[in-house]
Structure formats: C-alpha cells, structure tokens
Design a protein around this ligand. Structure first.
Ligand code: SIN
Length: 302
C-alpha cells in the first residue's frame, strides 16, 4: 500500500472567487477530491491523510515536524510500501531536504506538487500524483533518499531546487536521481520544536545591523547567503563576532551555486564559522537547525 500525505499547495488549489478568476488559492481541495480527480490511481492500493492544508509559503518548522511524525507513523506500518507527500512547490525542496535528513533509508518517500491549480482545465496535478505513486511503489526508489517528481522528471531531494516561477518544468536538480544516496543522519530527532536559524543575504551595502537584530530577536544560528565564494563584508565582522560570542552558530554559504570551501577565502577556523559546502542557504539552514536540535556538529556539506 502507498500512503498519501496531503499538505496543501497548488495541487490542491482552486480559483479565488474574490479575485475575478485572476488568482487562485492553494491548499483548498481535500485529498479525497484530489484522488477522485485521478482515476488512473484506482489501480493502486492507497490510503490518504490530510496533514496540513496550506500554501507552502506559510510552511514552518512545526509544519515539518507534523509531516515527519506522519511519515514516521506510515513507514512503521508494515502494510505501507512507500509514502507520497502532496506539497506546494514554493518550499517543496525545503520539506524534501528536511525529510531527507530525518527519515531513515529504506521505503520510498516521494514529494510532488503542481504548477496549475486543481480546477485548471489542463491541471498537472493528477499526472504528477500518478507519477509519484508509481515511483513510491517501485523497488527502484528504495534506498535513494527522499525523492520528488514534477512534470515527468524525477529528482533527489538533496539536489532539487525550484528554479522557475512559472511553467510546468519549474524544478531542476544537478544529480540524476538514480545516483541519489539516502541520508537520515538526524533520524533520531526527538525535539518537539526546532531552534530558530535565520538567513541573512549578502548584497552591496547590506547593513550589519540585521545581524544584531536577528540575535536580539532570538536566533540561535545564522546562515550567511553571501556573494561569490561566501565573501563576508568587512562591515559585518564586528556584529558577527558579537553573535559568535553570544553562542550563535554562523554558517558561511553562497548565493551562487557553490561551493564554499572552508578557510579558502575567509578564516573560518579562526572565526569559528561553519561552511555550507555546496548546500544552498535554505538547505544549510535546515542542516544547522537539525544539528542544533540534536546537539551535534554541522557535518560538512550536509
Ligand atoms: C505553494 O507553494 O503552496 C503554492 C505554489 C505552488 O504550489 O506551486
């Protein structure tokens, strides 16, 4: 059996009646209605559960923990062969990577979504859902880490990014999914909440006061989404040293594709900074949140 976990997104979206047909609302249609709109799924043994019903721009770390709890329950059921998660595309790569780090190797876990709402005449959701169920039911998808499928293309969570704002082929990844490796290094996560980690963008004239503001507001970690090879603005150094002295963990990442090489163009060891390797800032943030929650060091290129 394949267990479906619905969380909302455009795949469950419908036209917004208050917007004159020009906009839609994500996360409106319940999972039962999505299944009814995909008759090809009748060939599969399925169960389904509505975990959340949100636009994924509103995803939170508590939302990730709710999804993880549902995934763990499903995977522990010996009658479940795999899990499919229906998710908004905007933060799909974040939830996918969070699960990649927290779900042990074994049964397939596959995310999918849609770029067109469920009531669109050429909705892409039913085909994406069918592809995701097929993949989750396939022995080939076992032990590959968390996977995603969109627009007939398969992706490994570690290497997946939403690269385009419109169009059905919105996702890209730098690795063939067949070469995906399972991770699950934080499968022992037991925290009821994750520590706050903020991302600070580097750009011409970026003010150092944002660093102090994040720390004063309760951040336990900062991921610096820096220019070039993770280049720290000189004007940021005093505030970063104040943050480090206050116990805040600092990760040097790049707004480019990467990688950020440790000690290559900054004194990471001297400053006590961590480095993101080739992880993009949103994924480096997730790795740091989990490392802090589990009381462990951030692995290089998590
Ligand atoms: C969302 O991320 O929930 C809305 C956008 C989408 O699913 O494409």
């Amino acid at each position: 059996m394949i267990h479906l976990l619905a969380t909302g997104g455009t795949i469950a979206g419908e036209a917004d009646p208050t917007a004159g047909g020009t906009r839609y609302r994500a996360g409106v249609r319940p999972v039962g209605a999505l299944l009814a709109a995909a008759p090809d799924l009748a060939a599969f043994d399925l169960s389904a559960e509505q975990v959340l019903a949100i636009d994924s721009k509103d995803m939170t770390s508590d939302g990730w923990l709710a999804i993880l709890a549902a995934v763990r329950r499903a995977l522990a059921d010996p009658t479940v062969d795999g899990v499919v998660i229906l998710h908004g595309t905007d933060t799909l790569e974040e939830t996918a990577y969070f699960l990649h780090l927290t779900v042990p190797a074994g049964k397939p876990v596959v995310l999918t979504g849609a770029m067109r709402p469920a009531d669109h005449p050429q909705a892409d959701g039913p085909a994406n859902l069918l592809a995701a169920v097929r993949l989750a039911a396939s022995p080939e998808a076992r032990n590959k880490g968390v996977l995603a499928v969109m627009n007939a293309t398969l992706h490994a969570a570690r290497h997946l990014v939403k690269a385009h704002t419109t169009g059905l082929a919105a996702f890209e990844s730098t690795l063939d999914w067949h070469d995906g490796q399972p991770d699950g290094r934080f499968a022992d996560l037991a925290a009821a909440a994750l520590p706050r980690v903020d991302i600070l963008p580097g750009y011409a004239g970026a003010p150092a006061a944002l660093i102090d503001a994040c720390v004063a507001d309760g951040a336990h970690g900062l991921v610096l989404a820096l220019t070039g090879h993770g280049s720290v603005p000189s004007a940021w150094l005093p505030a970063l040293r104040r943050a480090a002295d206050a116990g805040v963990k600092i990760v040097r990442a790049s707004r480019c594709t990467g990688p950020v090489v440790r000690n290559a163009n900054a004194d990471d060891d001297g400053e006590g900074w961590l480095t993101a390797g080739s992880l993009p800032p949103p994924k480096a943030r997730i790795a740091l949140m989990l490392a802090l929650a589990c009381g462990r060091a951030l692995p290089s290129d998590a």
